[in-house]
Design a binder for this molecule. Structure first.
Ligand code: ZN
Ligand code: ZN
Length: 269
């Protein structure tokens, strides 16, 4: 069994075939998915998707791109919304200085409010980081110093220094289809060195479809291609990689419950 730890099933591009995409995921062996919130104003729809399918979980938060257009969310609101048993993480949140769609100071302030919510709920913080390595390291280290919280750097495409800082803080690193791209040699080098027990896989669908699906709309079933590439990078067979990343997922996203009969946990074959 594989887990797609990060997808966006609420996006319009799934309106025509959302059910079929979920069926294809199941057929591909994807036994759990987290549909990630990017706008708190859309949280009811996202929670609805999670409630409609036992294999789907969700998060609550505001993407750094949407900070400028969404009502700022208070930590208390995130904590209250995260009380629902289908909410397994806080985010996505973080810093994106590549697109700079929201003022950087506003991104940072929103990020810190999400961190406070992760600390208070003990649900993992789902971090989006792009072209912001120095500020990201500074904020994560400073905030962790004020009280621990679980965390994953999703769709990792940053530099080695950020990966090492995150690992030193006990955080996880999630790899997307980017790791299959021809020009991603540096990322594959980092992936090789991340301890297996700290790795997750994801699609970030509908974006970033992995090779050999590149250019198509991405969907959760395509996580198998990313997992295959990561297994190759780590020198493991695909089953071992699937087992490890799935165990890691349920350890980090501790509110998510493995489906009945899933091969998860010590001694799983
Ligand atoms: Zn993201
Ligand atoms: Zn995302």
């Amino acid at each position: 069994m594989l887990v797609d730890s990060h997808c966006h099933l609420d996006f319009e591009t799934f309106d025509e075939d959302r059910e079929a995409a979920l069926t294809r995921a199941r057929q591909a062996g994807v036994g759990a998915m987290v549909t990630i919130c990017t706008r708190v104003s859309r949280f009811p729809e996202i929670l609805g998707l999670a409630n409609a399918d036992p294999a789907v979980w969700c998060s609550v938060g505001i993407h750094p791109h949407q900070v400028a257009e969404e009502e700022p969310v208070e930590t208390g609101t995130l904590v209250r919304l995260a009380a629902d048993p289908k909410v397994v993480g806080i985010g996505e949140t973080g810093l994106d200085y590549f697109y700079d769609l929201s003022p950087r100071e506003d991104q940072k302030a929103s990020f810190r409010r999400h961190i406070a919510a992760a600390r208070e709920t003990a649900l993992p913080l789902i971090v989006h980081a792009r072209d912001a390595d120095d500020d990201m390291i500074e904020i994560l280290e400073e905030e962790a110093g004020q009280g621990a919280f679980p965390c994953v750097l999703h769709c990792f495409s940053s530099g080695r220094a950020l990966a090492e800082a995150a690992l030193a803080l006990g955080f996880y690193i999630s790899l997307s289809g980017i790791v299959t791209f021809r020009n991603a040699e540096e990322l594959r080098g980092i992936a090789r060195d991340v301890p297996l027990e700290r790795l997750l896989v994801e699609t970030d669908s509908p974006y970033l479809a992995p090779v050999p699906m590149r250019g198509k709309r991405n969907e959760p079933s395509f996580v198998v291609h990313t997992a295959r590439k990561v297994a190759e990078i780590k020198g493991l067979d695909e089953d071992a990689l699937a087992r490890a990343t799935t165990e890691n997922f349920f350890r980090l996203f501790s509110r998510a419950v493995p489906p009945p009969g899933a091969r998860v946990g010590p001694g799983a074959a």
